[in-house]
Structures are given as C-alpha cells and as structure tokens.
Write a protein that binds this ligand. Structure first.
Ligand SMILES: Nc1ncnc2c1ncn2[C@@H]1O[C@H](COP(=O)(O)OP(=O)(O)OP(=O)(O)O)[C@@H](O)[C@H]1O
Length: 311
C-alpha cells in the first residue's frame, strides 16, 4: 500500500526575473511503513515538497495524495494524520518542555497521557528537564522535544525536515535509532536530509538537486547499479593528490572524498592501479595507497550530477 503518491508536483516562488522554480515536476511514492529519504543539498526543494504534502503550501500544478486523501480537497483530514517536524526549531522558546508538549497535544484534542506510550522512549530522556524553557535546551534535546511534539497526536506519517542538522554525531545516531523504533510501531517516516551518510539508514531514497528528483531506489540497489570503477587514493595531502590526478588519463572523474581522493574510471577502460601508482610516483608522491571501493550514495549523487542527461 502507498502512503504517499506525488504526481508532477511543481512549485515556483516569485515573479518575472525573480522567479524561482523550487520544485520541478516531481513524482514519487512512499510505501506504507517505510523510512523514505529525500536527500539533497540546501535549496534542492525538499522543504517545499514537505510543505505541499503537509498541506501548508499549494502546488502550482500537479497533485498528491497522503493515505489516499487528496492534498487539496482533503487537507483537513491530512493535517490530522501527519506529524511535521520543520527544519528550523519550531517550538515555543518561552514555554517549558512540558508546556510545549501539552500545547501540541491540545491542538489535536489529545493529552500527553493518552499517547505517552508512543513518545515514552524519547520523552524519558528530556523529562528531567520538563520545567526548563525550550529556548534553554541543547540542540539534541530541542530535537527530541520537537519529535515528541510531532508525535503527540499519534500520526500515521511523520515528516522530518533536516532533523539532525546542527546535532552532534552521538545524538544523530540516537535519533536514527529512535526512528527505527517508530517505524516498528507502524509509522511511515519521510525524512529530508543533506547528509549522504544518513541515506543508507533509509529503506528507499530520492536524490534531489535543483527541484528535480534524479533517482529513486533503495540505497543498496543504487550503489549496486553504479556502472563505473571507483578507486580511493591516498598519498599525503588530499588537495595535491587531487591536482595531480586531474591530469591522469584514462580517468572519468576525480574528486576529494574525506581523507581520500576518489578516482573514477569506466569499467571497460584500459585502467590499472599500477599505472596510477607509477604516475603518482613520477609526480613525486610517496606512501601511495590505492584500493577499489564500492560506490557510496555520495558517489552515486556526484555521478548523477555530472551525467544528468544519461538518466
Ligand atoms: N518563500 C520563498 N520565497 C522565495 N523563494 C523560496 C521560498 N522558499 C524557498 N525558496 C527557494 O526555493 C528553492 C528551494 O527551497 P527549499 O527550502 O524547498 O529547499 P531545501 O532543499 O529544503 O533547502 P533548505 O534546506 O535550504 O531549506 C531555494 O532556491 C529557495 O531559496
């Protein structure tokens, strides 16, 4: 069963020369009970898609249904069954943790007690600070409170817009563990994130850039379908290795990848790791490390950006 079906959603902002095409003919669907990730850099159009699907924003054209409710005609019904955690901290800074939660519960005619079992795992971690003003919480605690508020009316679908931006790595990991637990309770989760490493924690992902979806699939299938060879190369300073390999042939692409440089070659290219070794040695590099690696989602994304027309 589909939780969300989006058909050719398009959204522009502004007029004339100022006109921005934020969402460009986007279609995708989300299965019931899955964690679906919209992955893309700032400005890709993720928030605009979320705002349309949660009925905060009307599309210029296109349509969508959420749990079989039409985004325009049934917007009131959709608002009852979705939880939305916006990217920017949306809670009332001057209200305490408990007051924020009570407020969001009252908006949906429910109470903290009624749905406590759903948020318990998360709320328990911030309950010791329930009398603290939300504005005085750490980033990780704010995020947990915002998640509790988005869940307090027991939504069928949870929309999380960049929930881990500005959160430390330990809290990020804990957050994703919480999402897996919510998924087990049957909640469909749609999460927008600019972090490529979070893509592998989703069941399926859509890679986005400039308002367009470039590819939709499971993270595993996406990386298995990567058609080229990737070698990670290390030999001292990444920037120097990168500069040197930019002139190496036959290569298809080369870019910095953490402490490595990723060198891409066509699978049928006359390419050997020893020729790269030789080339780098001749260019004065020592301690050269070169290994074939499997494509990460970031590699897939970079490829899609440079080969848009092939897809
Ligand atoms: N209210 C608005 N008025 C004008 N332009 C807007 C408005 N909201 C978004 N945009 C523009 O639309 C494009 C898509 O923005 P959107 O917020 O949907 O992307 P995003 O992927 O969520 O990125 P971010 O993380 O930066 O919010 C961007 O170029 C943005 O500047």
């Amino acid at each position: 069963m589909k939780s969300i079906i989006a058909n050719s959603l398009t959204k522009t902002y502004g007029k004339g020369k100022e006109k921005i095409l934020a969402v460009d003919d986007v279609s995708f669907d989300v299965n019931n009970g899955e964690i679906f990730g919209l992955i893309g850099p700032d400005g890709a159009g993720k928030t605009s898609i979320f705002r349309m699907l949660t009925t905060v924003l009307l599309p210029d054209s296109g349509s969508a249904s959420v749990e079989n409710f039409d985004m325009v005609n049934d917007y009131k019904k959709i608002r009852q069954i979705v939880g939305y955690m916006p990217g920017k901290f949306s809670l009332y800074q001057d209200l305490t943790v408990e007051e924020n939660l009570s407020f969001f519960a009252s908006v949906f005619n429910t109470s903290i007690q009624e749905n406590y079992d759903l948020i318990k795992d998360i709320y328990i971690q911030i309950e010791p600070f329930k009398d603290r003003k939300a504005g005085a919480l750490s980033g990780g605690m704010k995020q947990k409170l915002a998640l509790c508020c988005a869940l307090i009316h027991r939504p069928n679908i949870l929309f999380l817009d960049e929930p881990t931006t500005g959160v430390d790595p330990v809290s990020r990991k804990e957050f994703w563990e919480m999402l897996q637990r919510l998924k087990k309770q049957g909640i469909t989760i749609v999460v927008a994130t600019p972090y490529m490493d979070e893509a592998t924690l989703c069941d399926r992902i859509a890679l986005m850039q400039h308002g367009k979806i470039l590819s939709v699939d499971t993270p595993d299938r996406m990386s298995d379908a990567y058609p080229d060879l990737i070698f990670e190369v290390k030999a001292g300073r990444t920037s120097s290795v990168l500069r040197a390999l930019e002139n190496f042939e036959p290569k298809k692409n080369v870019y910095a990848y953490g402490e490595f440089v990723h060198l891409i070659a066509e699978s049928n290219a006359n390419f050997s790791t020893s020729s790269v070794q030789e080339y780098l040695k001749k260019s004065g590099f020592t301690n050269i490390e070169i290994n074939p690696v499997k494509a990460s989602i970031e590699d897939c994304f970079i490829r899609l950006l440079s080969h848009k027309n092939e897809y």
